[in-house]
Design a protein around this ligand. Structure first.
Ligand SMILES: [Zn+2]
Length: 297
């Protein structure tokens, strides 16, 4: 097991136990690491740094074990892609207001490349992706797939100073060392390049209401941020914050039900019932606990 310390304060002097671990590590298999699966509330021991408010998992599995699980993980969020495309697309639009014309864009952790499809629909012609799951990349549309690398970031195949925008959706909180990750993002960006990064919010509604039962407390997440410490970690890695914001997500009703802390059987029955009466697909917009940052190199 690997000990993790606060990535902002670089010490565990101020760290206190928020929740003890729930996991029997002998039962871990690759399904636990599949994106957008039904939450089962498995998490490592969670610490909270009392100085900066950062919440993080420690101790965690070895990097080798985690990488293996991600490589083998399957992509299971097919149904929600239409909604995510719209959400991420709207924040890309915001980012483009600060960018050069027709920027060269890299997405880190792009799954099956659905966001890159959206970026193309929005008129961008130079879109690239890096994604560790072979299964994810296999599902990408052929024109997108040829621009995707199956690898972890940083990848040797990504040249320095070569991108204008880097997009990171629901990925930074999975990274074991966010400082070196952001440093590598900075290197991959051209001068004045931008990062658009979106993920969970530890000050969000789901944490306030559900506490430990919030789906954000999950074995996949190493570091969890709020608006304040999200801005801080970018600043300490040489970025200037352009904007930090709450993210509004629109999802079909069944998605919100799946995220709710109810027993799996009840959720499945409820979703089947809604499907039967054709209400499972109605779109619901909520600001339920995601934040984002646009930051400049
Ligand atoms: Zn700290």
């Amino acid at each position: 097991m690997r000990i993790i310390q606060c990535a902002i304060c670089e010490t565990n002097k101020y760290s206190e136990i928020l929740f003890p671990e729930t996991t029997d590590f002998s039962k871990i298999d690759k399904d636990i690491f599949s994106a957008r699966r039904i939450p089962d509330r498995v998490h490592y021991r969670l610490l909270r740094c009392e100085k900066c408010g950062l919440i993080f998992s420690s101790p965690i599995l070895s990097e080798k074990a985690i990488r293996k699980l991600y490589r083998e993980s399957r992509l299971t969020y097919e149904q929600e892609i239409v909604s995510l495309k719209e959400t991420y697309g709207s924040y890309l639009k915001k980012t483009l207001q600060h960018s050069v014309k027709n920027p060269k864009l890299l997405e880190i952790g792009g799954g099956n490349g659905f966001f890159l499809e959206k970026a193309k629909e929005m008129g961008l012609t130079k879109v690239y992706g890096v994604e560790p799951s072979q299964d994810g990349v296999n599902q990408a549309r052929s024109d997108i797939k040829k621009n995707m690398i199956v690898d972890f970031f940083p990848s040797q195949k990504i040249k320095k100073s070569s991108f204008d925008i880097i997009c990171i959706f629901q990925t930074l909180d999975h990274i074991i060392d966010p400082n070196s990750f952001l440093e590598e993002c900075r290197k991959a960006l051209r001068k004045n390049g931008l990062v658009l990064c979106i993920h969970h919010n530890t000050d969000g509604l789901s944490v306030k209401l559900l506490r430990e039962k919030s789906p954000i407390f999950d074995i996949e997440h190493i570091f969890l941020f709020n608006k304040d410490n999200l801005s801080k970690i970018f600043t300490r890695n040489g970025f200037k914050t352009v904007e930090v914001f709450d993210v509004k997500n629109t999802f079909p009703l069944r998605y919100w039900i799946r995220m709710f802390p109810l027993p799996l059987k009840i959720k499945t029955n409820l979703i089947n019932l809604l499907k039967f009466i054709r209400l499972d697909n109605i779109p619901i917009t909520l600001s339920a606990g995601n934040i984002g940052i646009i930051a400049r190199k």
